[in-house]
Design a protein around this ligand. Structure first.
Ligand SMILES: [Zn+2]
Length: 131
């Protein structure tokens, strides 16, 4: 075995995830074997063990699974949401504004906030408007 044998054929899943997210996408993997969504990124499907994973991008639309408010020490705070996206996986994100006290079960539309180069891009959600 040489060092070249240890180099993965593809970039690590996290690198691909981070690159796609930095472009403003909501990436996830789709398993061709069991037809389920895989999130966070993995090298194997956690449902069936297949390596036949394909990158896809979520439309960002889903249902609020859980919501809470995190007050900040210096005042203010933010609404944190767990959202079940229509593609079949759950993500954590923030509401886009203080009006984000969304009821559990309400429909929301998400995007990626890439506005702060100092911070990790984060998922942000707003009430789903008309398409
Ligand atoms: Zn699978």
């Amino acid at each position: 075995m040489t060092a070249a044998d240890l180099v993965p054929a593809e970039p690590a899943p996290w690198a691909t995830f981070a690159a796609r997210r930095a472009e403003g996408r909501i990436p996830f993997q789709h398993c061709w074997s069991c037809e389920r969504a895989v999130f966070y990124p993995r090298v194997l499907c956690p449902h069936c063990g297949s390596v036949e994973l394909e990158w896809r991008d979520s439309a960002g639309v889903g249902v609020v699974y859980s919501a809470t408010y995190l007050p900040a020490r210096d005042g203010g705070g933010r609404h944190v949401l767990l959202v079940d996206l229509d593609e079949g996986f759950r993500v954590m994100g923030s509401a886009t504004d203080d009006a984000g006290a969304y009821a559990i079960g309400s429909r929301v539309r998400g995007a990626v906030d890439v506005g702060n180069p100092e911070a990790e891009p984060r998922f942000v959600f707003a009430e789903e408007g008309p398409r």
